[in-house]
Design a protein around this ligand. Structure first.
Ligand code: ZN
Length: 455
């Protein structure tokens, strides 16, 4: 029988969304007071917004506040604290610097890394059981072994290892930079029960495993596949490919900015990230339009950029942080597992959004259409940009890898069908450029969505 997904705090089961908001409002007030009293940065932000601390009593009041921080702001306040305070954790650091226990950054591929995942011991003691609960819902428990392939050490994903350990599972943690031969070698040696990695890597191992180990990935006999870091199994073709190849269920999990722990449930159809711990932050409750920055009402089907406000964090708590993830929200009971809380599907990153003839286009949505043409396509694609995003002079150029031997007439027909499918769903017709299998570089971390011809 399928497991009903439950909140980490059982007393939330059965509560409506407004009841959960009301339950958490006192915590919100306490947390905001802590941030206000402990950081000049936040005091100044309240002043700039023309708001008093006492004005924010409820989640609704919080939604009315403007954004206090973006990634650029976070970099700027890190630079300021580095110069003036002798540490790099930002002027929004609210705990004494000698209380810091774990720090994790973003990858820094698009600029100076931000130390968003910085925690005190109390922060991690609070967060780890929630991360563990999320993994327990997908069947991880004592005695399991999780082959964990991400960039480790100072990077964001490292905190998940605390959740695994808390369950009594054994992490086999291998830095993603070690390369696929190393992952596969340790998979063969340690026989993990679960594999955690990006969807890009999970897909790549399907090709690589038979070449390296001489058997298909199904022979790893995994109980579950855990993916995160980029849009993955929300794409039905990716979910199908992974589950058929590995012969096990796949789960999608995330906790952007060390917040908003979310997990998908066991289901033939992907039902989104289930917000199983709303007491961590208000992120699933606070959305803004990615262009105008206006608050988006919390309704079933609402689409907006998540704005993070911590409810429990001492080190670098976030208040009204627009971190860049655009989600679609579902408020109805999950049709697969019966979870009654908020679910979210990741639509894309605000900075990946393109505007083509006035239409907002997210690369993940384009990829969903392209992958409907498997096995004639490999699933690899890139959007070619001739100038910096978001505005694109139409038509959008789309490189798609085809599979097998197709003659020019067949390629033209396939390109036309893909262009039509994208047009039918996304209301813009791309110029599809077919390229042979292997033409687009494979990635073991996140796969880039753009080929920036202007750089
Ligand atoms: Zn569900």
């Amino acid at each position: 029988m399928k497991k009903r997904f439950s909140y980490y705090m059982p007393e939330m089961d059965g509560l409506s969304i407004p009841e959960i908001e009301a339950m958490l409002a006192p915590r919100l007030r306490e947390q905001l007071k802590y941030c206000y009293d402990s950081s000049r940065y936040y005091k100044e932000k309240f002043k700039q917004a023309g708001a008093e601390l006492g004005d924010i009593q409820t989640f609704e009041d919080l939604r009315k506040l403007p954004v206090f921080m973006t990634k650029e702001d976070e970099r700027a306040c890190q630079e300021e604290s580095r110069q003036k305070l002798g540490h790099t954790f930002g002027t929004h650091l609210c705990a004494p610097v000698d209380e810091l226990y774990l720090t994790g950054t973003t990858s820094g591929t698009t600029g100076v890394p931000t130390f968003t995942y910085t925690f005190t011991k109390n922060d991690l003691d609070f967060l780890a059981p929630r991360l563990a609960h999320r993994l327990a819902l997908c069947g991880v428990g004592k005695g399991d072994r999780g082959l964990f392939c991400f960039t480790l050490g100072i990077y964001a994903t490292t905190m998940t290892l605390w959740g695994l350990r808390l369950l009594g599972a054994l992490p086999i943690d291998i830095d993603a930079r070690a390369g696929t031969d190393t992952f596969l070698k340790f998979a063969d040696l340690t026989r993990p029960t679960h594999l955690a990695c990006t969807p890009s890597l999970a897909l790549y191992l399907i090709e690589k495993c038979p070449k390296m180990l001489g058997y298909p990935v199904s022979e790893l006999k995994l109980k579950g596949l855990l993916t995160t870091g980029e849009p993955g199994i929300a794409n039905p073709a990716i979910k199908k490919t992974l589950e058929e190849s590995y012969q096990c269920p796949s789960f999608d999990y995330w906790s952007p900015a060390g917040h908003a722990p979310g997990i998908s449930c066991l289901s033939d159809e992907y039902q989104g990230l289930h917000a199983i711990a709303p007491e961590v932050c208000t992120s699933y409750f606070d959305l803004i339009d990615p262009i105008s920055g206006e608050s988006v009402p919390l309704e079933d089907g609402a689409v907006g950029q998540m704005v993070h406000t911590s409810l429990h964090r001492e080190a670098c708590p976030l208040v009204k942080y627009a971190y860049g993830d655009v989600v679609k929200i579902f408020l109805g009971e999950c049709p697969s597992c019966g979870f009654k809380g908020i679910r979210a599907k990741l639509v894309g990153r605000a900075d990946d959004m393109l505007i083509v003839k006035g239409v907002n286009v997210y690369p993940a949505a384009v990829r969903t259409e392209v992958m409907k043409f498997k096995p004639q396509v490999t699933g690899q694609m890139r959007i070619v940009l001739d100038s910096p995003p978001p505005r694109v002079e139409p038509p959008l150029k789309l490189k798609v890898e085809y599979q097998g031997n197709l003659d020019q007439r067949e390629l033209d027909a396939l390109a036309e069908k893909i262009a039509q499918a994208v047009h039918d769903t996304l209301r813009m017709r791309p110029k599809v450029i077919m390229v042979p299998e292997g033409d687009l570089p494979r990635h073991t971390r996140k796969t880039p969505v753009f080929e920036k011809a202007y750089e």
